[in-house]
Design a protein around this ligand. Sequence first.
Ligand SMILES: C[S@@+](CC[C@H](N)C(=O)[O-])C[C@H]1O[C@@H](n2cnc3c(N)ncnc32)[C@H](O)[C@@H]1O
Length: 295
Amino acid sequence: MIHTAVLKKEVLEYLDPKQKENFVDCTIGEGGHTEDILKRNGPEGKVLGIDLDPQQISASQWLEAIFKDRIVLVNDSYTNLTEIIERRNFGPVNGILLDLGMSSAQLAAAHKGFSFQIDQGLDMRYNDETGYLTAEKIVNDWPEEKIEEILKDYGEEKFAKKIAKNIVEHRKLGRIKSTFQLIEIIKDATPSAYWRGKIHYATRTFQALRIAVNDELENIKKVLPQAISILAPEGRLAVISFHSLEDRIIKNFLANESKKGIIKILTKKPITASRDELGKNPRARSAKLRVAVKL
Ligand SMILES: C[S@@+](CC[C@H](N)C(=O)[O-])C[C@H]1O[C@@H](n2cnc3c(N)ncnc32)[C@H](O)[C@@H]1O
């Protein structure tokens, strides 16, 4: 397995799977969290695992060999959660997990263009059959102000203005097509001190493009109300986010539902990774887990 699931112990503690209970893993990835759940909710409890990326569905098929018909895999977007559950007649649902963003396997995938360490086409779609917007379209066709805005908002990139301007300058000479081309443009737009920073100087631009291509913030807004409405009474919702904008959406949504008396928030402050986990998995450094229970 390439991907190391984050906050595994904490997710299991809060989801607290019991025999016969059913769970939905909206972002199954390589199945790290789902395996933990299936080890607890047998012999009858099931997990419905969803992923938008068909390759991630293939990467989680090893679960079928072990857990047989207790794992159901669906290649779809979690934004269609209600429909997926109804179509499969899956339930009652006692817990739902969302582990947002991208997995290490996707970062390493040769064709997606998520990584700034491999020279690839600028794609960044989780599913290249369903999405139409690509990172290439954004950098070549969007107006400078819109590029600057996503770099600022989704990437929290302090050199957003300079990078956006340089992208627009370069595309006058011909379409920007590859990750390495874009990286050179970012390098050229930023001061040399920035190239020696803790994180790679292209990290924030790449993150911003990925979020924009996949409409990740809107997706979260779409799935959260569905998740709450699907949960059975006493069902738990656990959401792991990696970005302050994602976390704000989740926090505000849960606060509102709690005010309405529909849920109770179990994590006053978001749970973050222990020092031990951070030592082993740097990807956990920005992970925040929020959990609520349906009343
Ligand atoms: C951080 S990984 C999940 C890792 C997983 N928890 C594990 O233990 O291996 C996030 C996953 O969410 C998927 N994803 C992103 N957007 C999605 C969407 N709208 N619907 C379903 N899956 C999505 C990605 O393809 C990726 O596999």
